[in-house]
Design a protein. Structure first.
Length: 246
């Protein structure tokens, strides 16, 4: 198994530099500033020491997809960073979420990016109140219509946003989506443009006053997403390497 552990701290730093350069180039093509875009490192299935190395290299936002993995890993990472006198990152939960995991998510994360139904939002609100915490939330939208993906149907998005006005502990700050898988990044462009249009249309609706974020784009297509207005790009492989490197 040791032969698989080939990613070093230097490689992490080099990969981060490369991704940031790609972000800057994509932003420049459409007249945006790279500072407008948050690089979110997706750390699922990645070892704690690689995550610590990424934070040492300047990564400030990290994401996990699985609650059980996060429960075991986030405290370890945060403790190691504290020992090194480094500031803990802002933790984002980006996976599909069941209501019975809300307590752990509220306790461990700062942002929940996959709220897709009122019942889940209400449970997160209840748990946040018990923990005396406030979290930012993004509403996940299912633009592809794929049943295996989480996300609210676009036709029900305004209703979910209106429901969020009754949550005082969760502040809805944007939208998130995962487009249909494709080998050609350009094929994702219409979905990214649609998510931006949905956000812009909802800004004047009840609950839309804080809508600014667009979380869209991953390793294979984040440059296209930036060109279409992404403010958060979720990048895993380009930073941490493929799974065989963990």
């Amino acid at each position: 198994m040791e032969a698989l552990r080939v990613t070093s701290s230097c490689e992490i730093e080099s990969r981060l530099t490369s991704v940031r350069e790609r972000i800057a180039a994509a932003a420049a093509r459409v007249g945006r500033e790279p500072e407008e875009i948050t690089l979110l490192g997706v750390a699922k299935r990645k070892r704690a020491e690689l995550i610590v190395a990424a934070v040492r290299a300047g990564l400030r936002d990290l994401a996990e997809n699985y609650v059980q993995e996060a429960v075991a890993k986030i405290p370890t990472v945060n403790a190691e960073l504290e020992r090194a006198r480094l500031t803990a990152p802002r933790w984002h939960f980006v996976g599909q979420l069941q209501r019975n995991k809300a307590r752990d998510v509220v306790r461990l994360f700062d942002v929940v990016a996959s709220v897709d139904r009122e019942a889940l939002g209400k449970e997160l609100e209840r748990r946040a109140d018990l923990e005396n915490r406030r979290l930012d939330a993004l509403l996940q939208v299912n633009l592809s219509g794929e049943s295996q993906k989480g996300g609210v149907d676009p036709s029900a998005l305004a209703e979910l946003l209106e429901a969020s006005t009754r949550w005082s502990r969760l502040r809805v700050v944007g939208l998130m989506s995962v487009p249909a898988a494709t080998e050609d990044p350009e094929e994702s462009r219409p979905a990214f443009a649609r998510l931006r249009a949905l956000r812009d249309a909802l800004r004047g609706e009840p609950g839309g006053e804080h809508l600014s974020e667009l979380s869209m784009g991953m390793t294979g297509d984040f440059e296209i997403a930036i060109e279409e207005g992404a403010t958060i790009v979720r990048v895993g492989t380009a930073i941490f390497g493929p799974r065989s490197e963990t």
